[in-house]
Design a protein around this ligand. Structure first.
Ligand code: SF4
Ligand code: SF4
Length: 486
């Protein structure tokens, strides 16, 4: 953490000076930001009891000199281990508060640097995201977009918190993608699905959709919001949504096992051994009923289904069940997705979609983006999937590409490659820092930062008409195209 503070100060030296009123407002804004997190009462109490807060309070009461710039205070804060375990969140929020103050002071360029840094530091923090959204909107000359988004949301309805469940690490559950809606609804080891879906957290989130505030939803990560892709309020039958017992859409992301170690995802290969697979909840009691009653079950959002002992045994159990139907969506790196696995797991006709993530159109780039993967073997396996599709054993094949500085110039070739392999869809996603990169490293990879030296080159590339092709889904990259060229 000290390194981070040193880098920060070196980067922004000489530090902008703020008066005490600004500092007080930064702190007040920061404390207010805690209110958007329903599970942060303890953390808020710790902050209020901290030396940092006491120092501010005594300054506010005029008991100390007002000679500290906010950056000095931030440095003190970053070196103070007493803010663990919320240390990172606190640093990110302070950086965002600084960005907010700079924006209000009319120093938009400096605000953008701070806001991007805050976001790289705290990708889940909704308040950091709100500041980033405002700062980016100003930088692009469209500040009105922030209010427009809020007004638009008041007229729309999202059913995800009523019909979606995702299992996540530590046996927790979410009711949307946990990056888009960073609220855990509790553990799944000790609850029935009915209990979990009637918890206080679920009620709070659903209320925020009904009242149009979307208080817990990310305006940065949620593609349904950034792409203006939600139905109108009038088209929704709320009573029938509320009566739903089993979710329609299920994603399993509780096992991180994967045969690869891609740099954008993890530092080393993670395989949960067979001996520990029972750490996960028992298959018959919870997961199988979820699968049998869902329209779509995605396995998985956390690793690779074929590399996980747990997911392999789950798929085997499901496919041999009398109630199994074609609702499985496999999300895989493709290396182990071959005829042998298909037969061994008895997947037969129960898979409707296979999503293969490649992040490259050339072997050399692939060997970087999918560390440990085998390019030719994966291409052969996608051809195997194409044959399954021709025989009617699966419905669709999707190829995925996480866009970053290293590969963005291969986006056009990737669409051509996907077509030659018989894919139905090409999905582009913006790179996210899952904690594998330091802030400085991520700055280099994050071509979506408005301050990245190749950001303009990306915008120009996105102007190519190939991205209008119906098989292309720009997903979280889409907002960077529309904003400038449509
Ligand atoms: S984050 Fe997006 S998809 Fe999730 S509940 Fe909110 S609006 Fe819906
Ligand atoms: S293949 Fe996917 S899950 Fe596995 S390490 Fe790479 S990005 Fe992560």
């Amino acid at each position: 953490m000290f390194d981070f503070a040193t880098r920060l100060l070196r980067k922004y030296h000489p530090a902008p000076a703020f008066d005490l009123d600004t500092l007080k407002r930064i702190h007040a804004d920061y404390l207010a930001s805690a209110a958007v997190h329903p599970d942060r009462e303890v953390w808020l109490r710790d902050i209020n009891d901290s030396e940092f807060a006491r120092d501010l309070i005594s300054r506010r009461a005029g008991k100390k000199d007002d000679d500290l710039s906010w950056t000095n205070l931030l440095l003190n804060l970053l070196q103070n281990n007493r803010f663990e375990p919320h240390h990172d969140d606190f640093a990110g929020s302070m950086l965002a508060a600084a960005a907010d103050a700079l924006l209000r002071a009319g120093r938009a360029t400096e605000a953008l640097s701070f806001a991007e840094l805050a976001f790289a530091h705290s990708i889940y923090d909704l308040w950091v995201q709100r500041v980033l959204t405002a700062v980016r909107a100003h930088a692009r000359g469209t500040p009105e977009i922030v209010d427009e988004t809020e007004q638009w949301l008041k007229t729309k309805f999202c059913s995800a918190p009523f019909d979606t469940v995702e299992t996540i690490s530590n046996s927790q559950m979410a009711i949307c993608c946990p990056l888009w809606l960073p609220v855990s609804i509790g553990g799944f080891k000790d609850k029935s699905i009915e209990e979990a879906l009637n918890s206080k957290s679920v009620q709070l989130v659903r209320k925020s959709i009904v009242d149009g505030s979307y208080r817990y939803c990310s305006r940065v990560h949620c593609v349904r919001i950034t792409e203006r892709d939600l139905p109108s309020r009038e088209s929704i039958n709320l009573a029938s949504l509320e009566a739903t017992v089993y979710p329609k859409y299920v994603t399993f992301s509780h096992d991180q096992s994967c045969n690869l170690s891609c740099p954008s995802c993890r530092g080393h290969v993670v395989i949960v051994p067979k001996s520990q697979r029972d750490n996960f909840i028992s298959i018959p009691d919870f997961l199988l009923p979820l699968m049998l009653n869902a329209e779509s079950v995605k396995i998985c959002g956390s690793g690779d289904p074929f590399a996980s002992w747990h997911f392999r045994s789950l798929l085997k159990a499901y496919c041999s069940h009398v109630g199994a139907h074609r609702n499985i969506v496999l999300h895989t790196n493709g290396v182990l997705c071959d005829q042998r696995s298909w037969s061994a797991l008895g997947l037969s006709t129960f898979v409707k979609t296979v999503m293969v993530s490649l992040d490259a159109a050339e072997e050399e780039t692939y060997s970087y983006t999918r560390r440990g993967g085998q390019w030719r073997r994966v291409l052969d396996n996608i051809r195997f999937l194409s044959q399954l599709k021709i025989r009617g054993a699966i419905d669709t094949i999707e190829l995925l590409f996480v866009v970053q500085n290293r590969n963005f110039r291969e986006m056009i070739d990737f669409v051509h490659l996907a077509k030659s392999l018989g894919a139905d869809k090409v999905l582009f996603q913006a790179i996210t820092n899952w904690g594998t990169y330091s802030e400085i490293e991520f700055e280099e990879h994050n071509i979506f930062s408005l301050t990245h030296p190749n950001h303009q080159a990306l915008l120009e590339l996105l102007n190519d008409e190939i991205f209008d092709d119906p098989i292309v889904d720009l997903f979280s990259v889409g907002k960077f195209r529309k904003k400038f060229f449509k």
